[in-house]
Design a protein around this ligand. Structure first.
Ligand code: AVI
Length: 338
């Protein structure tokens, strides 16, 4: 008998996002209650709609984080020490927020290597075009986050570099994981980093429920379009026959779990066939599909999470209104995670 062990790179190259999308849609729409993961929001149209959400007056998150990074960027960077820095960006988007940190680094004349990690080559190409002309050492990695971080670790060992690392996970992306998944994600992050590395994580804080409801139910209906786009995506990529006008966006705050929860609600009893799945899904009138969690945190929740995942807190950097915080954590390898 002979066997072959695939390398991580080979395994990654075989993972087909379209197949994964298909199997998750099949599984999610066959369950009761029905669900689809928010990770599928971000096709080209979804990414465009999310850019518009970030500019909405009701969606305070982006403005708050912008304010944090422009007023505390220098302080955040100084707290990571004085060594040359690898700034690792998980979810750089259009790079607008990172730009604020890069400005602060330039002012400190610190040697920096900017390493955005993104599964989409197009996104990285756009980012490097936007950052061209800054005289920046940019080494983008096209891969899934953790493979990219592992690759970086191997590279550093081979080159014998001793850069400090600061990993950015901004914009409340952590909020889209439920609590056990957030913990698992952070533990994985801890495991691929070195003692003394830092991570900067954006947490949206618990606040007046009216503000939360307005942020996820904006007047112009952009968030509704963003949520409904998931059905357009199923139609376009999997031969779905959703009549999108027969569904509505619904987003509400769960006071027990502390999450904004978003749904697509079928406004009538209906059957929808999805050709690529060879499946027909039945919807009762007013039946929901759960599509997104956006968890909100208390400072004490953040501290517990850091402790559980093996980090110490190097600083909390809230915005002036106290709506949002970028929290700087240091990797502690001398003691294991709690
Ligand atoms: C990407 N993520 C942090 C956003 C959030 O607030 O959960 C996505 C979003 N969903 C609706 N509006 C924005």
């Amino acid at each position: 008998m002979s066997y072959r062990v695939l390398t991580a790179a080979e395994r990654e190259s075989l993972a087909d996002p379209r197949e994964e999308f298909a199997s998750e849609v099949l599984e999610g729409l066959s369950q009761t209650p029905k669900r689809l993961s928010s990770r599928w929001f971000y096709d080209d149209e979804g990414s465009r709609l999310f850019q518009r959400i970030m500019g909405l007056p009701e969606y305070y998150v982006t403005g708050c984080e912008h304010q944090v990074l422009s007023s505390h960027g220098a302080e955040i960077l100084a707290a990571t020490g004085g060594k040359p820095l690898a700034l690792v960006d998980m979810g750089a988007g259009d790079g607008a927020k990172t730009m604020l940190l890069l400005d602060a680094l330039e002012a400190q004349q610190r040697d920096v290597r900017y390493v955005p990690i993104d599964i989409s080559e197009g996104a990285l190409a756009g980012l490097s075009a936007r950052l061209a002309g800054r005289g920046l050492r940019l080494e983008g990695v096209v891969s899934e986050y953790f493979s990219g971080l592992k690759w970086l670790g191997q590279q550093d060992r081979q080159a014998g570099t001793d850069e400090a690392r600061l990993v950015l996970f901004l914009g409340s992306n952590i909020g889209n994981f439920d609590r056990p998944r957030a913990r698992a994600f952070l533990l994985r992050l801890w495991s691929v980093l070195r003692h003394g590395d830092h991570v900067l994580i954006g947490f949206d804080l618990k606040k007046d429920i009216e503000l939360l409801l307005a942020a996820y139910n904006d007047k112009q209906g952009v968030t509704a379009a963003f949520n409904l786009n998931l059905l357009h995506r199923i139609n376009a990529e999997l031969g779905g026959h959703f009549d999108v006008s027969r569904f509505r966006h619904f987003s509400t705050y769960n006071v027990f779990s502390g999450a904004m929860e978003s749904y697509l609600v079928s406004q009538a009893e209906q059957d929808v066939h999805v050709d690529a799945l060879h499946a027909r899904f039945h919807f009762k009138a007013w039946e929901p599909i759960h599509t997104e969690y956006s968890y909100k945190y208390l400072p004490a929740d953040i501290e517990r999470l850091a402790e559980e995942a093996g980090f110490s807190i190097a600083g909390h950097f809230p915005d002036a209104k106290g709506y949002f915080v970028d929290s700087l954590w240091r990797v502690e390898k001398e003691r294991s995670p709690a």
